[in-house]
Design a protein around this ligand. Structure first.
Ligand SMILES: *Cc1c(COP(=O)(O)O)cnc(C)c1O
Length: 424
């Protein structure tokens, strides 16, 4: 289905689209921020997702347990020691993994470091890494610091793939770069969805190309998870990590998710930075020094879970289980397609913007990145003043992310009307 063509053939208004939306009740599960006594139009879920109303009671429950039981909370009913098992099914659904391939722990950048410690193992002339030009700084810092720590110069060994003038990365170009680097390539680390342009990369083809030359392929899914369904296990992706506070709505700075394919995860000798929480659970509390890692991703855990914040993650994952990522994706295609349809058919707006995000629905999630030829800052300020929450990126880009869990077609329509006022 191509949503924009669908709307061109069957013009409908937002009210009807909202009435027909099978997921419309999910909005009520979230607090929508208020400005001037009115709910804002929140199109910033790509940066910080909204708070589910259930979250505070889940946190309260654990606080009460701690108050009433103290240390016994670790081992009593619903014990904290096994807390990390609880989100696995939902996370596995979101990224297309087996449950023993995913776990929530630490924060995103920390996990990137752990994953690089495992998967960046330069040997002989195989030292190079591939990332994208304009990568999120934390990812760039993580990758280059691992190189430097091993005495490998990023100037000579880091390959940054450039996008075209619209910020687009062609799969052919990426794969070509991988194949020509050949056995000098150790690792490809790319985004699932590129944060600036909103492009969803072809994880499967990239992974396949990396494996062809004997390299690993890993992805930062910060902007992809909870936004677009994936099939990491089937695609043979080696590793991934993501944060849970963007589309996953688990609260500012909350825990990160990690994936390691079972073909590596089940290998007890796979290199890693280890901690006691990754130790075989039957002997963990014997406190001995022989490391026998839990099979699967759990063997990479370092520490006992931060319960107070992790329950906020579980509260949000529950909502995703109820809504179902495949259903969310169906709505998302329509919602973002509707936004694109209204923008490209608006005579006032059209000459002023270039949509950087790919037109092809299979190459994007919910976000559209609008490049303004002129008056971008003016447009941003007008929208902000009128209760739209958006995200500005230098030099001239507004990222607009209508989220299928809590945004409506009517909000999309209002947004386009407000933007049109800038150019009238
Ligand atoms: C949001 C984001 C981060 C943030 O990292 P934290 O460790 O959670 O602060 C890192 N990388 C990418 C690509 C992101 O989108």
């Amino acid at each position: 289905m191509n949503a924009i063509r669908h709307f061109e053939k069957n013009p409908v208004n937002a009210i009807i689209l909202d009435q027909q939306d099978p997921l419309k009740e999910f909005r009520k599960k979230f607090y929508i921020p208020i400005r001037n006594n009115t709910e804002v139009i929140y199109f910033c879920g790509n940066s910080l997702g909204l708070q589910p109303k259930i979250t505070s009671s889940k946190i309260d429950h654990e606080l009460k347990k701690w108050a009433q039981k103290g240390v016994d909370g670790h081992f009593n009913e619903d014990p904290w020691v096994s807390h990390h098992h609880k989100g696995k099914t939902a996370m596995a659904h979101l990224v297309g993994a087996k449950t023993h391939e995913v776990v929530a722990m630490n924060n995103l950048t920390t996990n990137l470091h752990l994953l690089l410690a495992s998967f960046y193992q330069p040997k002989g002339t195989r030292k190079k890494m591939i990332i994208e030009k304009g990568a999120f700084p934390s990812d760039y810092f993580a990758v280059t610091s691992h190189m430097k720590q091993k005495g490998i110069s990023p100037e000579d060994h880091l390959i940054e793939i450039s996008p075209d003038e619209n910020g687009y990365f062609s799969t052919e170009k990426i794969c070509h770069s991988i194949l020509t680097t050949g056995d000098a390539l150790a690792l490809v680390m790319l985004p699932g969805i590129q944060y600036y342009s909103g492009q969803f990369l072809d994880l499967k083809s990239i992974t396949h190309a990396a494996h062809k030359v004997g390299a690993y392929a890993g992805f930062d899914l910060a902007h992809a998870v909870g936004n677009i369904p994936m099939t990491l296990h089937e695609d043979q992706v080696d590793f991934s990590a993501w944060c849970s506070y963007k589309y996953l709505n688990s609260g500012p700075g909350n825990v990160s998710g990690v994936f390691i394919h079972e073909k590596h995860g089940n290998n007890p000798d796979f290199p890693r930075l280890a901690g006691w929480w990754g130790q075989n659970e039957t002997i963990r509390f014997k406190m001995e020094n022989d490391f026998d890692p839990i099979p699967g991703i759990d063997g990479w855990m370092l520490s006992n879970a931060n319960i107070i914040s992790s329950v906020a993650h579980l509260a949000s994952l529950d909502i995703f289980e109820k809504a179902n990522i495949q259903e969310l994706r169906k709505k998302s295609i329509l919602l973002t397609g509707y936004l694109e349809y209204l923008l490209v058919n608006n005579e006032a707006i059209k000459p002023h913007i270039n949509i950087l995000t790919p037109k092809n629905e299979s190459e994007r999630g919910c976000q559209l990145s609008l490049y303004f030829y002129d008056q971008g800052r003016l447009a941003f300020d007008h929208l902000t003043k009128n209760g739209v929450v958006l995200d500005w990126r230098e030099p001239n880009v507004i990222r607009v992310a209508p989220v299928p869990l809590y945004n409506s077609f009517e909000e999309v329509e209002k947004f386009v009307i407000l933007l049109g006022q800038v150019f009238d």
